[in-house]
Design a binder for this molecule. Structure first.
Ligand code: G6P
Length: 615
C-alpha cells in the first residue's frame, strides 16, 4: 500500500519524513522515495530506492541532503513495475517540482497526451508523474498561484491524495485529496501532511483531516483549503487520539500482546462510535437508503483470513437477528465463481487493512454490476473505503501484529451492532433492544478481558510449556463456535507454525476421528445452547474414548464438559451469540503463549504480511 508524507517547518525534515514512512512500513510496499528543498543550495534533492526505507535512509545519508520542506513516499506498484523510475517523488521537466501521490489518476493518459504535445517529457510509466508536469504547466509562474492550483486539480479524474513541493514556492506544500485520505499534522511552526495520522502522531498534537474534494496550501504556520469552486473550506483541528500516538509496544514484549489487551477498549470505542451517530448517518455512511435496508434480502460477507472468519460468525448474527439469509464468502474464491447479481443484497467487504487485493478485486467485480457494497474496515484511509459505495469503520486503532486480534473482535462488534440496526429498520426489534445489544457488546468486552486476566499466568506457566511440544492440533466447534474454531486454528498456525485443522464437531466421525490420538490435542469451543452443547459433549466423549487429549473452552455451569476435558478454561456466560467474542482474548492468548514458548517471531511470522496487496 502506498503512503505519502510531507513536511514544512523549523526542523530538518529528513529524519521526520523517514520516521513517518517507517511507521507506515508494516503495511507493505516495494519502493520508497524522498525529496526536499535542499537547505544548503536551495536545489531540489531527490533520492529513491527499490526496497526498504532503510535502504533509502542509507542513500540519503550518503548523499548528505536535507532541508526544511520535503515529501516522502512508499509505493506499492500499480501502474508500472517497482523500479527507481516509477518510484515517487516524480519530477517535472525542469526538475524543480516533486510530487508524491496515492491513488489513481484515471484520466492521466488524456492529460499526458496534451502535455506531451505541449513539449513535456515523461520518464516513468506511472499515472502520478502527470501531476508534476501539470503543475509545471499550469501553476508555475501563474499570477494567482492558489487559483491556478485549484484549476489544475479541477482537471483530475480518479482518486488521489498528493503533496507537491516546488522550488518556486520553497516554503509551501501543495496538497489535494479526492477519494484517498489525507490529513495535516499541526505543530508549532511546523506542519506535516500524510495519508495517515500514524505517520506524524508522535511529532505533533493536533490533526486536521483534509475534507474530500478539496485542495490547498500548507505552510509552517497555517494552511488553507479550497473546494472545487475555489471557496475556502473550514476544517476542524482536533487533538490526536491517544491510540494513534501509542503505536509502540510499550512494556509489552510483542505488539500482538498489547493488541490483545486493548480489546475491551477497542470494543467499547467501536460501540460508542456507532452510538454517537446522528439520525440518518448510519445509512449515509453505509451508502444505502433506509428503504434498501428494510427490504434487504441477502447479506454477503466477503473477506480473507481472520476477516472471513468474522464474516462466518456474523452469518449467525444476521440470520438470527434480522431473519435475512447471510453468506460469508472467501474473496479469493467468490470472484472466480459464477456471479448471480442480487439487487436487494448488501455486499459487505470485511478487511482490517482495507487493502487486501482479493477483497478489492471482488468488490470491483460486484461494483461493476451496480450493486451495494460496504467496506467494513479498521482503516478509514484504505482503498476499500474508496472503492465501496459505503463504509463502516471499526475503531480498533492501529493493529501492527500480523495476526489479527483486536481487529477481529471489533469486526464482530461491528457486525453484531449492524445486524441489530438492520433488524430495527425491519421492525423485528425496537430501539430498546438495540440499546440492549450495545450493552451486551460492552459486557462481552469486559468478560473477554476478565477471562484473559484470570488465566494468563496459568497459560504461560503451565500450559505453554506442555502444549508447545505438540506438533498437530484439531479444533472443534459447532454452530457459531465452528467458525471460531477456524479462527483459533488459523491463529495457532500463523504464529506458532504448528499444524492445526478446524472441523465442525459433527464431522468428526466422518473422517477426522482417524487422526485422534494422545499426541494430537483436540481443542473444543463450547456453545450455550443446550442441544448444541450436548452434541459437543458427545463429540468430546468420542475423542476421550480414543485416548485423545481434550482442551475445552467451556461456559460456566457446563460441568460435564469441564470434567471430561484434560484441560478446561471456564468462560462466563454472555449473550449467546457473543460467546466467540468473550472467548477471543483467551483463545488468542493461548495460541500466543504456545508460539512464544516455541520462540517464534510473533509479530511478523515467516512468509506472512499484514497487508496482502497482491492476489
Ligand atoms: C493476511 C493476514 C491475516 C489477515 C488477512 C486478511 O493474510 O496475515 O491475518 O486475516 O490478511 O487481512 P485483512 O486486512 O483483509 O483483514
Amino acid at each position: 500500500m502506498c503512503s505519502v508524507i510531507g513536511y514544512v517547518g523549523k526542523r530538518l525534515s529528513c529524519p521526520l519524513v523517514l520516521e513517518g514512512l517507517k511507521r507506515l512500513e508494516y503495511r507493505g510496499y516495494d519502493s520508497a522515495g524522498f525529496a526536499c528543498v535542499n537547505s544548503s543550495d536551495r536545489s531540489l534533492s531527490v533520492q529513491k530506492a527499490v526496497g526498504s526505507v532503510k535502504q533509502l535512509e542509507a542513500q540519503i545519508a550518503d548523499a548528505g541532503i536535507d532541508g526544511y520542506v520535503a515529501v516522502g513516499h512508499t509505493r506499492w506498484a500499480t501502474h508500472g513495475q517497482a523500479t527507481k523510475e516509477n518510484a515517487h517523488p516524480h519530477l517535472d521537466c525542469t526538475k524543480r517540482i516533486a510530487v508524491v501521490h496515492n491513488g489513481i489518476i484515471e484520466n492521466f493518459q488524456d492529460l499526458k497526451d496534451v502535455l506531451v504535445l505541449q513539449g513535456h517529457l515523461f520518464v516513468s510509466d506511472t499515472d502520478s508523474e502527470v501531476l508534476a508536469h501539470l503543475f509545471e504547466q499550469y501553476v508555475t509562474g501563474a499570477s494567482d498561484t492558489h487559483e491556478a492550483f485549484i484549476r489544475m486539480v479541477g482537471q483530475l479524474k480518479g482518486a488521489y491524495a498528493f503533496v507537491i513541493i516546488s522550488l518556486e514556492y520553497p516554503d509551501i506544500l501543495f496538497v489535494a485529496r479526492r477519494g484517498s485520505p489525507l490529513c495535516i499534522g499541526v505543530g508549532k511552526e511546523e506542519m506535516f501532511v500524510a495519508s495517515d495520522p500514524l505517520a506524524f502522531a508522535q511529532q505533533v498534537e493536533y490533526v486536521a483531516f483534509v475534507p474530500e474534494r478539496t485542495c490547498g496550501v500548507v505552510s509552517k504556520d497555517s494552511f488553507v483549503l479550497y473546494d472545487r469552486e475555489g471557496m475556502a473550506v473550514q476544517t476542524p483541528i482536533e487533538q490526536l487520539e491517544a491510540e494513534w500516538i501509542a503505536v509502540e509496544k510499550g512494556e509489552h514484549e510483542h505488539f500482538m500482546l498489547k493488541e490483545m489487551y486493548e480489546q475491551k477498549q477497542a470494543i467499547a470505542r467501536t460501540v460508542h462510535f456507532y452510538q454517537s451517530m446522528k439520525k440518518g448517518q448510519v445509512e449515509e455512511t453505509l451508502g444505502v437508503t433506509q428503504d434498501f435496508l428494510r427490504d434487504v434480502e441477502k447479506i454477503y460477507l466477503i473477506g480473507c483470513g481472520t476477516s472471513w472468519h468474522a464474516g462466518r460468525i456474523a452469518e449467525f448474527f444476521f440470520e438470527s437477528v434480522t431473519g435475512v439469509p447471510a453468506a460469508a464468502v472467501l474473496a479469493s474464491e467468490f470472484r472466480h465463481r459464477t456471479f448471480f447479481p442480487h439487487p436487494k443484497a448488501l455486499y459487505i467487504a470485511i478487511s482490517q487493512s482495507g487493502e487486501t487485493a482479493d477483497v478489492l478485486e471482488t468488490i470491483r467485480m460486484i461494483n461493476s454490476h451496480g450493486l451495494s457494497t460496504v467496506a467494513l474496515t479498521n482503516v478509514a484511509s484504505s482503498s476499500l473505503v474508496r472503492e465501496c459505495q459505503g463504509f463502516w469503520l471499526t475503531q480498533a486503532g492501529p493493529e501492527i501484529a500480523v495476526a489479527s486480534t483486536k481487529a477481529f473482535s471489533t469486526q464482530l462488534t461491528s457486525l453484531y451492532w449492524l445486524a441489530h440496526y438492520v433488524a430495527q429498520i425491519k421492525g423485528r426489534i425496537d430501539q430498546k433492544q438495540l440499546i440492549q445489544a450495545e450493552r451486551e457488546l460492552l459486557t462481552a468486552g469486559e468478560l473477554l478481558e476478565a477471562t484473559l486476566e484470570e488465566y494468563k499466568h496459568e497459560v504461560i506457566a503451565q500450559d505453554a510449556p506442555i502444549y508447545s511440544a505438540f506438533n498437530r492440533y484439531i479444533f472443534l466447534g459447532r454452530h457459531i463456535s465452528y467458525p471460531f474454531a477456524l479462527e483459533a486454528a488459523l491463529k495457532l498456525k500463523e504464529i506458532s507454525y504448528i499444524f492445526a485443522q478446524a472441523y465442525p464437531a459433527g464431522e468428526l466421525k466422518h473422517g477426522p476421528l482417524a487422526l485422534v490420538e494422545k499426541v494430537v490435542p483436540v481443542v473444543v469451543f463450547s456453545h450455550s445452547d443446550p442441544v448444541i452443547y450436548h452434541k459437543l459433549l458427545a463429540n468430546v466423549q468420542e475423542v476421550k474414548a480414543r485416548d485423545g487429549h481434550v482442551i475445552a473452552f467451556a461456559l460456566e455451569g457446563q460441568y460435564e464438559l469441564i470434567a471430561a476435558a484434560d484441560r478446561a478454561f471456564v468462560v462466563p456466560q454472555s449473550a449467546p451469540l457473543l460467546a466467540p467474542l468473550v472467548m477471543a482474548g483467551l483463545m488468542q492468548f493461548f495460541c500466543y503463549a504456545i508460539a512464544n514458548a516455541c520462540g517464534r517471531s510473533i509479530d511478523k511470522p515467516r512468509n506472512l504480511a499484514k497487508s496482502v496487496t497482491v492476489e
